[in-house]
Design a protein around this ligand. Sequence first.
Ligand code: NAP
Length: 231
Amino acid sequence: MQAKQVLLTGGTGGLGQGVIPVLLAQGAELTVPYRRVAKVEPLKKQRSPAELARLHFVEADLSDEAAVAELVEAMPRVDALIHLVGGFSMGKTHTYDYSDWKKAFNLNLDTTFLVCKQVLQRMLAQNYGRIVTIGSRGAAQPAAQLAAYSAAKAGVVALTQAIAQETQGTGITANVVLPSVIDTSANREAMGTDQADQWVKPTSLAHLIGFLASEAAGDIRGAAIPVYGDA
Ligand SMILES: NC(=O)c1ccc[n+]([C@@H]2O[C@H](COP(=O)([O-])OP(=O)(O)OC[C@H]3O[C@@H](n4cnc5c(N)ncnc54)[C@H](OP(=O)(O)O)[C@@H]3O)[C@@H](O)[C@H]2O)c1
């Protein structure tokens, strides 16, 4: 990943905080869009001055197509997109609010479409690129009370695999990672720590993501990779 220009979305989230140090250690230059500035300052404090020179935080709402276009246009190149933005909400289908259904699709699937659309224009012009999206175990094994999340993440898988087909014969690849529960501080707060040793570590996901985003992974396209840890 030495000197690769990487757009890392969701970098201020629980998984992103594990991905940032791994990619910086591999030599990448990161553009990290954020919404809440309060989450940026603590992340900056953890990095050395040399790393901070390769870590660029940019305010952007990725559900806004114009903001996404501006973000992508401002990058010198886009060698890799790592799209971590997403999130879940729970509820049984017969009582689930339609507004929450639309929010789940907007957060998980619409942002993925908008960012992929813009980076693909740059990648096709370069004839090179790596797209890594994040689905969820629920995309492959939908669970009760997670219909909206599971359906939206299944959409992320379908979108990623369609992009992999569309870019055949180019230097662009697209793959999706399907984690089960990730060992983030938010999950520890919500669910306690009794089962935490079975959860997937952000650093473990970061190494897989970093490989898929690297030149070395050029033969891998359209893969939906389960990462379930011990669960
Ligand atoms: N955590 C798990 O157990 C788990 C399991 C399987 C899959 N996943 C998937 O893995 C990915 C990362 O999960 P996570 O736990 O790191 O989530 P997280 O902690 O909730 O982080 C989500 C990130 O997305 C950003 N974001 C959300 N909406 C945005 C928007 N419209 N524009 C720009 N940024 C936006 C958030 O920024 P703000 O805070 O500023 O909004 C935050 O940085 C998600 O796709 C999630 O669905 C997570």
